[in-house]
Design a protein around this ligand. Structure first.
Ligand code: COS
Length: 396
């Protein structure tokens, strides 16, 4: 059983502690039936994610991903999002994915949508009746968002989108996509706007699912003369880059939290194994080399948790930009989770690489987190940029 004493840390209040308990209970009592066997879930990731979204919505848990309130943060509580992802990731990567994408795909609407846009989309996201997706990356514009070439041009009644997006989570499952496109309102980061595009919009087509080591819905979107109404632009024309970055400021901490959930599960499995597996006439846990691994893993887990909860607490309680804190949380937690899980596989020995063991699944699940929502290298650029900017402004 995972140590839950971190819930007593001062970052949290009763609301977050209660939410964490609700996610914990759901994961224990309801999730196994919704997920089925791991093989079945991986064979039909689209169907599984739809089922998971429906069940999370039915349980009332998606209201944390799309609260639909009118305050500046759209009601998003980053500490709750982090605890939710951490808890779900400990149980299942796909359950975490289903929850997280409802948040990432709808957050631009929560943060920047008009009252009418919020009314139209958020209640359905929150109920699990509509699946959301966030469409930013392109084949030649991943880390370098400003290099995007998908265009949105004015046309009678709205906008016409042309181009393609790739690495889009929930492609083919989503009911709508928040799409970022070059709108010609300025160059570089200034010329990008955000649009809500319904999945059944004529001119939008979806490529086949991209098969990755830990399968989930992921694909390519192509826009050919795809028309969206004038009421579907999000925020100000030309404000799309900042909408994307503000959304990522919130969700990068939660990616760290998902990595933390994977790491906690691997750590728990490894400690259980070390206590029960015997060799050289003693438990594995009595070997000092194993104790050193366990100490390193425990330290990485706690340090990652501190950075994640610090970032989330700062956003919830201080507001404003948290780019530095969020990037530190994502960078450290994802890199360390990879190391913790690798050590867990090592402690399991041969069994650790057998398909179907928890640590083998975690080993595959964690890898993408060091890449998506800003690769580790991008997080370093952001951290250094923020530190240098702050230092330069003090010197002036
Ligand atoms: N919130 C609000 N505004 C922000 C912001 C944030 N978190 N981050 C940047 N901005 C603003 C800046 O203040 C700047 O505004 P002004 O021009 O008014 O001064 C503007 O946006 C441009 O910022 P910046 O100069 O930092 O842009 P860059 O092109 O240098 O950004 C990085 C480069 C690498 C940081 C950015 O492109 C990035 O995060 N890339 C990774 C994208 C990613 O995560 N992709 C994965 C897709 S989701 S799976």
């Amino acid at each position: 059983m995972v140590d839950r004493s971190f819930l007593d840390w001062p970052f949290f209040e009763t609301a977050q502690r209660n939410a964490a308990e609700r996610f914990e209970r759901w994961a224990a009592e309801r999730l196994p039936a919704v997920l089925g066997t791991e093989e079945d879930a991986e064979r039909d990731v689209h169907g599984t994610v739809r089922r998971l979204v429906g069940a999370l919505g039915e349980a009332g848990l998606l209201r944390h991903a799309a609260p639909g309130t009118e305050d500046a943060a759209g009601g998003l509580d980053v500490r709750t999002l982090c605890l939710a992802r951490e808890t779900l990731a400990r149980a299942s990567g796909l359950a975490d994915f289903a929850f997280a994408m409802q948040g990432l795909g709808s957050a631009p609407i929560s943060l920047h949508g008009t009252a009418a846009q919020k009314r139209r989309y958020l209640p359905r996201v929150s109920a699990g009746a509509a699946v959301a997706a966030f469409a930013l990356s392109e084949a030649e514009a991943g880390s370098d968002v400003a290099a995007m070439t998908t265009t949105a041009r004015p046309c009678p009644g709205g906008f016409r989108l042309d181009g393609s997006k790739t690495w889009i989570s929930n492609a083919g499952v989503a009911d709508f996509y928040v799409v970022f496109a070059r709108s010609g309102d300025g160059g570089g980061t200034k010329g990008i706007s955000a649009y809500i595009v319904d999945a059944d919009s004529p001119g939008l087509s979806i490529g086949k699912n991209i098969d990755i080591i830990a399968p989930h819905p992921l694909g390519t979107l192509t826009f050919e003369n795809c028309r969206v109404g004038a009421d579907r632009i999000l925020g100000e024309p030309g404000g799309g880059f900042k909408i994307a970055m503000a959304t990522l400021d919130i969700f990068r901490s939660t990616v760290g939290a998902a990595a933390l959930g994977f790491a906690r599960r691997a750590f728990d499995e490894a400690v259980g194994r070390a206590l029960t597996r015997r060799l050289f006439g003693q438990a594995l846990a009595e070997l000092q080399l194993i104790q050193a691994k366990i100490a390193d893993m425990a330290l990485a887990v706690d340090a990652a948790a501190l950075l994640i909860y610090r970032a989330a607490w700062t956003k919830d309680c201080r507001g404003g930009r948290i780019s530095r804190e969020a990037s530190m949380a994502k960078l450290y937690a994802t890199e360390e989770a990879q190391r913790v899980i690798d050590e867990a596989v090592q402690i399991f020995g041969g069994l650790g690489v057998v398909r179907g063991t928890a640590v083998e699944r975690l080993y595959r699940e964690v890898r993408a987190l060091r890449i998506y929502e800003g690769a580790s290298e991008v997080q370093k650029l952001i951290i250094a940029g923020q530190v240098l900017k702050a230092a330069a402004s003090i010197r002036k």
